[in-house]
Design a protein around this ligand. Structure first.
Ligand code: NAG
Ligand code: NAG
Ligand code: NAG
Length: 136
């Protein structure tokens, strides 16, 4: 158990662990999006709007980039540039998800609620704790 814990980010609090968790989930989602555009369609609209295979892979590519930045941030949480990049991954995601609700290619129910909740709560959490971790 201690061995496993030693791989966790060397910072206090739940935020770095949360970033590792979300990063791992993002990476898995990214692989799922690459494997099948049906995954992306189910995520956005519970299957009612089909997803182009290219759109699914682009979603997977962008999600993987977010995963890399979030993982980097978890292990470098006191580095301002990296901390802010992680916030940006959530701001970009939330903007995109909210935009799709407006464009009608996403529906406010089922699976689509979790990325909305994760992005908005992470932004709030990271902004509230910013001073504490960066010591600014
Ligand atoms: C990021 O974290 C790793 C591991 O803790 C460390 O080796 C590296 O120096 C950090 N990089 C920055 C820019 O803080
Ligand atoms: C998806 O978005 C496009 C605009 O980007 C819009 O024309 C289309 O009607 C939307 N699809 C649905 C099912 O709402
Ligand atoms: C999602 O779609 C399935 C099958 O089309 C349906 O049974 C289910 O109720 C839908 N879920 C939501 C949250 O709309």
């Amino acid at each position: 158990m201690d061995q496993v814990l030693s791989y966790l980010p060397p910072f206090e609090g739940l935020l770095p662990k949360w970033l590792v968790f979300v990063s791992a989930v993002s990476a898995i989602n990214s692989i799922q999006a690459y494997c099948s555009s049906q995954y992306t369609s189910l995520l956005y609209t519970n299957g009612s709007v089909p997803c182009e295979p290219l759109s699914g892979r682009v979603f997977g590519t962008w999600t993987f980039l977010s995963a890399v930045i979030r993982m980097t941030a978890a292990y470098n949480l006191t580095t301002p540039a990296v901390y802010d990049l992680a916030i940006w991954t959530y701001v970009i995601a939330l903007t995109h998800f909210t935009g799709e609700l407006i464009f009608g290619n996403a529906s406010l129910k089922g699976r689509f609620l979790s990325p909305l909740i994760v992005a908005s709560s992470s932004i709030a959490w990271m902004l509230i704790q910013r001073k504490e971790y960066l010591g600014l």
